[in-house]
Design a protein around this ligand. Structure first.
Ligand code: FAD
Ligand code: SF4
Ligand code: SF4
Length: 482
């Protein structure tokens, strides 16, 4: 029976049940429950089926949101899953961790008309979690095998999305990752309270079933020369992400107890996965019982403060030089952090770290936001005489990431990079300056989002396929003439 949709006129926006802050603080489980069927149906029915769906325009994957909302409202979940998975390789992951307030939901017409957005992300998650439960999520095995192989450097979302598409077309696909587990930042960066690890692992298992080969502990440019990879495969995709942590130069910044964000989050994720992590055991990367100061205002900083709360920190403060309205992190994540007991110290920047051998306090200064610079952002200016001190036995630096020096690492001086070190590609072919070498994800865009990495990975798969197809066509007459 067709539903009428437009339910927003009589049905309030409702999210799936959110666990209380007290409950959340005790573990690393996700903070939202799941819709029940009636809840998902009712919320999907709020959509007004816009002629120009701005939700879809602002989704990096251009997901066909109105259609899968209508199918959900009509109880046709298997079809909803077919439509949703046609454009998204990992819809249940995006449903969990996309900053929807900045993408699909933030641009939903009924949000703009102040009725409260359609809860697109939660419904996307519900559709795909149900599909997994019912056994509708199947590996896309190729109908024929092609005699060409592709090497993918990096098993994060960009590499995995490309691997899935290329394998489905029949290519032999091998993914090389320097870590001991696949998933990139979805496994070792993003904490379990946003994305539980079994959600990533079941996707990796399914790629194995599909026939993708994974090589873990394969450090390309280190133990495994890049040139060897190029010789082994007909095309190579670089999807290595960005990992060089931005640092902070201030008196005392070399003291013990001042650590980079990704070291801290990786240790926490490893402990959650059952690994023994000596630096966690020794207390270096463990916030338990400590006063913690996190420096930065992005999503990584939000993940650090919320991890510290769960590890049992005595206090957790976030120091950020701009104000709430100008922080790069998602407002939704800030709200979660505040509920969980994090204190935000806005418009403040560290001046020095105090302590003999290990840090005991951060000396900070207040910031005034001055006139806007060329980028349109107000320039932070130190307010004279505004010094103050915060106790801290653990300081976490979450100041963002830059690319590593890939031309140097890979021994490929002809690999062109931008002035920021990201890999330069031809935006039509997605090929780098090296023939047959493509690139996708954060290593091209700079630190970005999982949904953009998926989009890039899918696009790169199409471009690699086009490249190999035209190469085969060009070679064919020569072979015939021999
Ligand atoms: P990555 O996920 O970084 O994967 C790259 C892979 O390449 C890694 O597995 C790495 O080991 C491997 N690799 C690197 N160099 C080599 C080499 N030389 N040889 C072999 N392998 C190599 N995005 C969201 O959308 N929502 C969020 O909530 C969110 N939270 C985040 C939280 C944190 C703490 C961080 C750091 C990022 C977060 N992001 C989030 C961003 C998101 O994780 C990234 O944009 C995305 O993972 C990029 O995908 P990628 O495939 O390009 O790279
Ligand atoms: Fe929204 Fe992300 Fe899903 Fe697109 S992929 S519909 S942006 S949650
Ligand atoms: Fe539905 Fe909102 Fe998308 Fe319009 S913008 S189609 S109301 S989800």
């Amino acid at each position: 029976m067709a539903h009428r949709m437009l339910g927003f006129v009589h049905t309030e926006k409702r999210m799936p049940e959110k666990r209380t802050a007290d409950d959340r603080r005790r573990d690393f489980d996700e903070i939202y429950g799941e819709f029940d069927h009636a809840g998902a149906q009712e919320q999907a029915n709020r959509c007004s089926q816009c002629g120009v769906p701005f939700c879809q325009v602002h989704c990096p994957l251009h997901n066909n949101i109105p259609d899968w909302l209508m199918l959900t409202a009509e109880g046709r979940l298997e079809e909803a899953y077919e439509v949703s998975s046609a454009t998204n390789t990992f819809p249940e992951i995006c449903g969990r961790i996309c900053p929807q307030d900045r993408l699909c939901e933030g641009n939903c017409t009924i949000e703009q008309s102040r009725h409260g957005t359609v809860t697109i992300g939660s419904i996307e998650k519900y559709i795909t979690d149900t599909a997994w439960e019912k056994g509708w999520v199947k590996p896309r095995r190729p109908s024929r095998e092609l005699d060409r192989s592709i090497g993918i450097v990096g098993g994060g979302p960009a590499g995995l999305a490309a691997a899935e598409m290329l394998r489905a077309k029949g290519y032999r696909v091998e993914v090389y990752d320097r870590y001991d587990r696949i998933g990139g930042l979805m496994t070792y960066g993003i904490p379990g309270f946003k994305l539980e690890k079994h959600i990533v692992q079941r996707r990796v298992d399914q790629l194995v079933e599909q026939g993708v080969r994974f090589h873990v502990n394969a450090d390309v440019g280190g133990t495994l020369p890049f040139a060897e990879l190029r010789a082994r495969h007909d095309a190579v995709l670089i999807a290595t992400g960005v990992y060089k942590a931005r640092d902070l130069q201030a008196p005392g910044s070399g003291l013990d107890g001042i650590v980079p964000a990704l070291d801290y989050l990786t240790a926490s994720n490893r402990v959650g996965l059952g690994d023994v992590v000596p630096e966690f055991e020794s207390g270096r990367l463990n916030a338990a019982g400590k006063n913690v100061v996190v420096i930065g205002g992005g999503d990584t900083a939000m993940d650090c403060v919320r991890t510290a709360v769960r590890q049992g920190a005595a206090s957790v403060k976030c120091l950020y030089r701009r104000n709430r309205a100008n922080m790069p992190g998602s407002q939704r994540e800030v709200a979660h952090a505040e509920e969980e007991g994090v204190e935000f110290v806005w418009q403040s920047a560290p001046e020095a770290f105090l302590g003999d051998r290990a840090v005991t306090a951060v000396r900070a200064q207040r910031i005034h936001l001055g006139v806007a610079d060329a980028t349109g952002r107000q320039t932070p200016q130190v307010i004279d005489g505004s010094r103050f001190t915060i106790d801290a036995e653990l300081v976490i630096k979450a100041l963002g990431f830059d690319p590593e020096d890939l031309p140097g690492l890979f021994g490929e001086p002809d690999l062109k990079v931008s002035r920021w070190g990201t890999i330069g590609i031809d935006f039509r072919s997605m090929m780098t300056s090296l023939d047959g070498v493509f690139a996708a994800g954060d290593i091209v865009r700079g630190a970005s989002l999982v949904v953009w990495a998926i989009r890039d990975g899918r696009d790169a798969a199409e471009r690699i396929h086009a490249y190999l197809t035209s190469k085969a066509a060009a070679e064919a007459p020569a072979v015939a003439a021999e």
